[in-house]
Design a protein around this ligand. Structure first.
Ligand code: PRX
Length: 637
């Protein structure tokens, strides 16, 4: 049976070989088992990475379903009183429990509100919220009626939000009057107002009243109060029957160019993949209280707070606050109070808490914990050991899960104690995932070695296209190595076949698990009148994984007042959001460029990694002298 937990390496190996030898049969068996289809699919994969110009790949193309039936209705029938969403707010002890029966009621009401607002199958809805249950309900309400949601992380600025609203021509925005996080109040509604001011496709704004905020303004013809609208709506909303390849959501993510890409995930393959990986990686048991600390604004929140756990009928925990509010013991306080059994967070949080001392952990009872997970960035062996030894008391397996917005779900990871782990290794590919390492010349590396990480064969959860720009999807992911998906990551494979992700090899930064493009920073910096040019690179940071270092070239005769760098960071906050910030600025006479004018970032990276002996060949530079000047002006931490 495909849904049996793979509980040792032999079981993993057999499943991996099955999936490689007969991918269609493998995934059809899994989806028949795990997902509530209206019409069962008989087809597996159609298309390949070599036929993308003819159109996206498809999985289960002849099946029909509505994902909310898998995520809600069947569980509301089988165990209506089981808690679906267990929520803790910003203040410790502010708790809500939403059962599967209640989730069905709330989702149906919200779906009816969207229908009344004129939203139909295929229309886009932006969700700009903090970590409240209503964010998940809003996502599910869209899915209920076949609308496409695009969640925008609540830290993004009005300008970034406007770009996303425009790109997908959203007709409704769902938000909160204010967000609460770490004792602070975030003006979410005011940011939405700013983002959609003037000409906009948005016809309705649905506003959840999260906390008293006297100056929130509701536009009488456009804005609706969430609670009032849901109270007035019918609690019954028949799910719309969708084709397996109908879009489920768009999620914007950063790449190497300035413009974020709207990755499109579809229905049948995505729900199959996230349900199955959630079950296998964490070894899910019926009475688990499963907790993922990500934000629904990122893919981890989509796949492993909302869709995967709910498809599996689990109790999923949602957390509004931060790991250090009111102090660094918050996570373990919640583990003790809620008896959390699976705990999934990011290395940044682990390092930040570890730096505050073990006492914050050990004063709480962690005996409920069974499996610990890590996601979002490479976990250094020291942080891994602390997580394993101190948090997990040496008895909980650590699953270091490697994946991406593009992959939809976990691709390389140990399985819940079935896979022997090594601190810092993402270990082995899940069944259905065939990693390949390539060298700089595009040759396959066999056996141990280090290279560019590609994946060979399509799997059901992968993003199908970039919203509105299929050519960009092909160019970004499938042009570097024909017939292979290029991940943008570097990876080392050891003699046991274990994978160690080394980080991005393109111009993407990963700061505290937040994925940002260097080009987004650079365009913000260049919008300042005094800045002629700027180049941004990541440097190794002990807590954040990467910090941001900016080389700034001034316009001739430009002045740099005292607050100049603060001004630059303010611009970045306006263009991107509060989570984006340059840590160190260096004023530079020029940037190192090739004779054709291309900035050689490799050189800048080596400077900030403090490895000047590895600068490599400088002979192709237009002006090799620049490098000496940059080294001389380097600003150490
Ligand atoms: O560089 C890899 C890193 O995060 C990138 C994907 O970011 P995003 O699309 O925002 O999704 C994050 C959550 C899945 C990857 O290209 N990354 C993610 N997980 C790991 C990781 N790097 C090393 N180890 C991981 N476990």
């Amino acid at each position: 049976m495909p849904t049996h937990l793979l509980d040792d390496l032999d079981a993993w190996r057999k499943a991996w070989l099955d999936a490689r030898n007969d991918p269609d049969g493998f995934w059809l068996r899994i989806t028949h088992d795990l997902i509530a289809w209206r019409r069962q699919p008989s087809r597996g994969l159609d298309g390949s990475y070599l036929t993308l110009r003819e159109g996206p790949i498809t999985w289960f193309a002849d099946g029909t379903l509505n994902v909310t039936e898998s995520c809600i209705d069947r569980h509301a029938q089988a165990h209506p009183d089981k808690v679906a969403i267990l929520w803790e707010g910003d203040e410790p002890g502010d708790v809500r429990r939403i059962t599967y029966a209640e989730l069905l009621d709330l989702t149906s009401r919200a779906a009816n509100v969207l229908l009344e607002a004129g939203i139909q199958k295929g229309d886009r809805v932006i969700i700009y919220m903090g970590m409240v249950p209503e964010a998940a309900i809003a996502m599910l309400a869209c899915a209920r009626i076949g609308a496409i949601h695009s969640v925008v992380f609540g830290g993004f600025s009005a300008e970034a939000l406007r770009d996303r609203v425009r790109d997908c021509a959203a007709e409704v925005v769902i938000t909160q009057n204010v967000g609460l996080r770490g004792g602070r109040t975030l003006p979410l509604k005011a940011t939405v107002d700013q983002a959609i001011q003037g000409e906009s496709s948005v016809r309705r704004v649905l506003v959840l009243h999260r906390a008293p905020a006297p100056d929130t303004h509701l536009h009488p013809l456009r804005d609706l109060d969430w609670h009032q609208a849901l109270a007035a709506a019918s609690p019954v909303c028949p799910p719309v029957e969708c084709a397996a390849e109908d879009p489920l959501f768009i999620l914007y993510t950063s790449g190497s160019t300035g413009r974020p890409k709207g990755l499109l995930h579809t229905t049948g393959g995505y729900i199959t993949y996230v349900a199955w990986t959630h079950r296998q990686v964490f070894g899910l048991q019926p009475d688990d209280i499963y907790a993922c600390m990500a934000d629904v604004g990122w893919i981890t929140g989509h796949s492993y707070i909302v869709y995967g756990p709910l498809a599996n009928g689990a109790t999923t925990f949602m957390f509004e606050s931060t790991p250090t509010y009111p102090d660094a013991g918050r996570y373990w306080d919640m583990v003790e109070r809620h008896r959390l059994s699976i705990f999934y967070t990011a290395p940044t949080a682990i390092r930040a808490i570890a730096a505050q001392g073990d006492a914050h952990v050990t004063r709480y009872d962690r005996s409920s914990l069974r499996v610990l997970g890590s996601v979002g960035e490479p976990i250094n062996p020291e942080a891994w050991r602390w997580y394993h030894d101190v948090v997990g008391e040496g008895r909980c397996p650590v699953v270091d899960t490697w994946w991406q917005t593009e992959t939809g779900g976990i691709c390389i990871s140990p399985l819940h104690g079935a896979t022997p782990t090594k601190p810092g290794a993402a270990t082995l590919p899940l069944p259905g995932i065939i990693p390949a390492l390539l060298d700089g010349d595009g040759h396959l590396i066999w056996g141990p070695g280090e290279g560019y990480l590609c994946l060979e064969h399509p799997w059901p959860g992968q993003a199908r296209t970039v919203w509105g720009d299929h050519d960009r999807y092909i160019a970004t992911y499938f042009s570097a190595y024909a017939g292979r998906y290029f991940t943008g990551d570097g990876c080392r494979r050891d003699a046991d076949g274990y994978h160690w992700i080394t980080g991005r090899v393109d111009d993407v930064l990963n700061v505290s698990g937040h994925r940002m493009g260097t080009a987004e920073f650079e365009s913000a910096l260049q919008s300042h009148d005094s800045v002629a040019e700027a180049a941004v690179v990541g440097f190794p940071h002990p807590i954040k994984g990467q910090g941001v270092y900016a080389f700034v070239v001034l316009q001739p005769q430009a002045e740099t007042p005292d607050a100049f760098f603060d001004d630059l960071n303010r611009l970045i906050r306006e263009h991107i959001g509060a989570h984006a910030r340059v840590d160190r600025f260096q004023l530079a006479p020029a940037l190192p460029k090739t004779r054709s004018g291309k900035v050689m970032r490799r050189i800048l990276r080596k400077i900030v990694e403090e490895q000047p002996e590895q600068l490599g060949d400088l002979s192709t530079l237009a002006d090799p002298q620049v490098v000496q000047a940059l080294l001389a002006g380097y600003i150490p931490a």
